[in-house]
Write a protein that binds this ligand. Structure first.
Ligand SMILES: [Zn+2]
Length: 835
């Protein structure tokens, strides 16, 4: 015993004496240059090894195999009890069963560098971490008695290293602060986004990206009380912190508003002391639920965004408009200051912070706000779509069940947009707002989220029925879920009909079917699809149904059945083995109304001149969702590449920077006329109006505002006047021509996300497959002048051009990868259109 004591007495002080500051550890002063991801990870590991106040936890890897880590920083005493602190906090939310004990610590989460090229964040994370554990900093030791600090030092390592490696590769021996210098002009796609060019600060709720999924899993293990997402904005702006700007979503509580102000005031004390400029309550609002401030807010936290002037164009140092040189050192210092101030103010109000957090969840269960109490999803919706919704709800920890008995009541019908008499069946799925995550449920289901102010810079609708393509209602009456159900309950897979059949028959209703088709096509299976409804053995099949005949697949021999059956099992698809090609009604399998699917050989154009976000959405769709190959070709190589190796070409949104010259258009037109399918996304459609052979035309407002009103409008109203003719993302009903292959698998009504009021007229000779008719507006913000622009316009159109087809996708169904019900439209354009 004596020896053990002696050894620990000798070792303990020497271990902690080894704790180094970032400058000592890295060998340069923070801000002199960037610390790449692997060095940041080395440093935080060093701190965890040499301090008893910090532990480090790997929580996943990025697409480029970089490690994601977070740290837990608190007093040694709290560390000895940390699992109990964590579980106790979950008990306060009601998400974990059991009574909470009075042992309550405030949990602050500091999240750095989700936008990769907003680089000062991760440097500030290291300084903050060090000053929290530094034994010489007595103040922070006080805070750590009452607070548990979670630090995620780098949320987007792939994007950040993309920026850092680029910059280091082109900078001279000294940095050049002249903003015209090339080191201030980052090339496409920039380091803001992740590997697939997704903006991960739009992905907190949808979790389409693996980094988001890993992060949310640990977030839900902790459920912090204060969450800060640290960013950078244009380098001429002073520092921004809470309180946020209007609009606030109406679910945000008074306490959440109040404590933002308390935090902001604490920051102003520190910023004033140092003479730093800052602003609050402007620009950055709390509405769209998929940000690093809103999503935590809807999860009970005080969620905030802090913004430092800087970003991609700031380099290591840059001369600002006011003639000062803003350096990386300044930038990281400010983020450090606000980080420390956040921990300070939270620790000083720990009791209130924890009790208000508990109250948020208590109120959700016992005293819910809002008009609607119950959201209903009809049980007779497509089971795959229900499955997708329920998996989403599981990911948000939102509870649901079945209604248990049938009844008639009044409710808002999402489909008709009317409050009317509705009937609920026993098996219908109900989400009641009286539950711990009731606020989040309201955010995802309320038919028309109310804006306190319409000036928001993001989309204003994301309602789950529209997003997943489901029928249902919002009710003011309380229906408690009776029976528990799970997503798997909606995965009833059957294998009926003949063994080794004449043809396999598979339904076509959504992305699971699309993945099945993509998989067998990759493996050489040749398929057909019916362009008419048909009946067989008493069962009805709709247009779009896949018919995979043995006769088309003789080249596969015996492996044919194995491939098809294995793919069906993997994707949980029901198969019917048809013993014959003769149908009871409709067209026989050999009819030319049963079209043969030519294997798509797809090229995707991307690079300078295209929207990296849209290009990334399409790339991610092929690579991670459909699992079907597309060849990515740079815009620079457009004139050089051999189009004839492909039968399908996708053009993402973009300006194309002069790439689509007359000769490029001639090349495209010749290829389409020869049988190619050209898919044009979003605003790229503008480039095809008034072009020879392409029928698309712009639609303009019918009545202009009287010139005098416009001229005499006050200057102060300029921003507000502009929004009357815009939409930043709202839902409109699209009427689909379900007899056209582009709309196979859909009902006649589809709800589209309108991202812009730029509108196009109906095609004069072509197929107006998706149209926005009169009165089609349904949810979200659309300005009074925007609505008539969007009504009577084209959403999805197809024209024949020679032997080929042009698909006009005015609305982007792949936007942020989250509008689930739109994805099949894109798949149809690849596999069905033109066949
Ligand atoms: Zn940012």
């Amino acid at each position: 015993m004596g020896i053990t004591l002696l050894i620990s007495a000798l070792i303990t002080p020497s271990i902690f004496a080894q704790l180094q500051s970032p400058d000592e550890f890295l060998g340069y002063e923070l801000g002199d240059r960037w610390t790449p991801h692997h060095r940041v990870v080395s440093y935080v590991n060093h701190v965890a090894e040499n301090s008893d106040l910090a532990t480090v936890h790997p929580y996943g890897t990025t697409n480029q195999h970089r490690e994601l880590v977070y740290l837990v920083v608190t007093s040694a005493e709290n560390h000895s009890n940390i699992e109990e602190i964590r579980l106790n906090n979950l008990r306060l939310t009601g998400l974990q069963p059991g009574e909470a004990t009075p042992n309550r610590k405030a949990i602050v989460w500091l999240a750095y560098n989700i936008h990769g090229n907003e680089t000062s964040s991760s440097e500030a994370a290291m300084k903050t971490l060090y000053e929290l554990v530094n034994p010489a900093n007595l103040e922070s030791k006080e805070w750590l008695r009452d607070a548990v600090v979670i630090i995620d030092p780098m949320m987007n390592p792939d994007g950040r290293d993309r920026y850092v490696n680029w910059f280091n590769g082109i900078v001279g021996s000294e940095m050049n602060p002249n903003p015209e210098s090339r080191e201030h002009n980052e090339p496409w796609p920039g380091g803001r986004s992740n590997h697939y060019y997704f903006d991960m600060n739009r992905d907190w709720a949808w979790q389409t990206q693996k980094e988001s999924r890993y992060r949310i899993a640990i977030y839900q293990e902790w459920m912090p009380h204060v969450h800060v997402d640290l960013h950078e904005m244009g380098y001429n702006s002073p520092y921004y912190f809470a309180p946020a700007a209007e609009p606030f979503h109406k679910v945000i509580t008074d306490w959440q508003r109040e404590f933002q102000t308390t935090i902001g005031k604490n920051h102003t004390r520190h910023f004033d002391e140092e003479g730093l400029l800052y602003y609050t309550r402007e620009v950055f609002d709390l509405f769209y639920p998929s940000y690093g401030d809103t999503w935590p807010t809807y999860n009970g936290a005080i969620g905030m965004t802090y913004e430092q002037g800087g970003g991609s164009r700031a380099g290591i140092g840059v001369i600002t408009e006011e003639g000062d040189t803003l350096t990386l050192k300044d930038r990281l210092y400010n983020h450090y200051l606000s980080s420390m101030s956040t921990v300070e103010v939270t620790a000083n109000h720990a009791d209130r912070v924890v009790s208000e957090f508990a109250k948020f969840f208590d109120d959700a269960v016992n005293n819910p706000a809002g008009t609607y109490r119950t959201f209903v999803v009809k049980a007779d919706n497509n089971p795959d779509k229900i499955n997708h919704l329920l998996r989403f709800l599981d990911g948000q920890k939102i509870r649901y069940g079945t209604a248990g008995s049938s009844r008639n009541t009044r409710g808002y019908n999402y489909k008709t947009g009317q409050t009317e008499r509705v009937s609920i069946s026993a098996g219908d799925i109900v989400v009641n707002v009286r539950q711990p995550q009731g606020q989040l449920a309201r955010v995802f289901f309320e038919p028309n989220p109310e804006l306190a102010d319409s000036l928001t810079y993001d989309i204003t609708t994301w309602e789950a029925h529209y997003r997943f393509g489901l029928d249902g209602y919002a009710l003011e009456s309380d229906i408690r879920p009776e029976m528990n159900i799970s997503p798997e309950d909606f995965r009833q897979v059957t294998r009926t009909g003949a063994e080794k059949p004449y043809a396999y028959v598979a339904r076509w209703t959504g992305m699971d079917d699309a993945r099945f088709l993509a998989e067998i096509t990759k493996q050489g299976v040749r398929s057909r699809f019916s362009t008419v409804d048909f009946q067989m053995e008493g069962n009805s099949y709709k247009r779009g149904t896949l018919i995979i005949t043995r006769g088309n697949n003789n080249h596969l021999g015996d492996t044919f059945d194995e491939i098809v059956e294995a793919a069906a099992e993997k994707h949980e698809r029901s198969l019917y083995g048809a013993p014959t090609g003769f149908v009871e009604s409709g067209s026989d399998f050999g009819s030319n109304r049963v079209s043969f699917i030519e294997k798509p050989k797809i090229a995707l154009i991307l690079g300078e001149g295209t929207s990296s976000l849209n290009a990334g959405e399409i790339w991610h769709f092929f690579d991670q969702q459909l699992h079907y190959p597309a060849t990515l070709i740079n815009t620079d190589d457009f004139m050089r590449f051999d189009l004839d190796s492909y039968n399908t070409l996708v053009l993402p949104s973009g300006s194309y920077n002069g790439v689509l010259t007359d000769s490029a258009m001639e090349k495209l037109s010749t290829w389409v006329r020869g049988g190619g399918t050209l898919i044009i996304m979003g605003n790229t459609n503008q480039l095809f109006t008034n072009r020879n052979g392409f029928q698309l035309t712009r639609k303009y407002a019918e009545t202009e505002e009287p010139a005098m009103d416009k001229m005499l409008a006050p200057y102060a109203d300029r921003v507000r006047r502009n929004i009357s003719s815009s939409t930043s993302g709202s839902a409109f009903k699209v009427t689909l021509d379900t007899t056209h292959p582009l709309a196979f698998g859909y009902d006649q009504e589809y709800f589209t996300l309108k991202l812009s009021a730029d509108s196009y007229s109906y095609l004069e000779s072509g197929w107006n497959v998706g149209t926005v008719r009169e009165g089609a507006y349904r949810s979200g913000f659309a300005g009074v002048k925007a609505k008539p622009m969007i009504e009577n316009s084209l959403s999805f159109g197809v024209q024949s051009y020679g032997r080929g087809q042009v698909v006009y996708m005015i609305d982007n169904p792949l936007f942020r990868g989250f509008w689930e019900n739109g994805k099949l439209l894109f798949v149809n354009s690849l596999f069905f259109v033109g066949n």
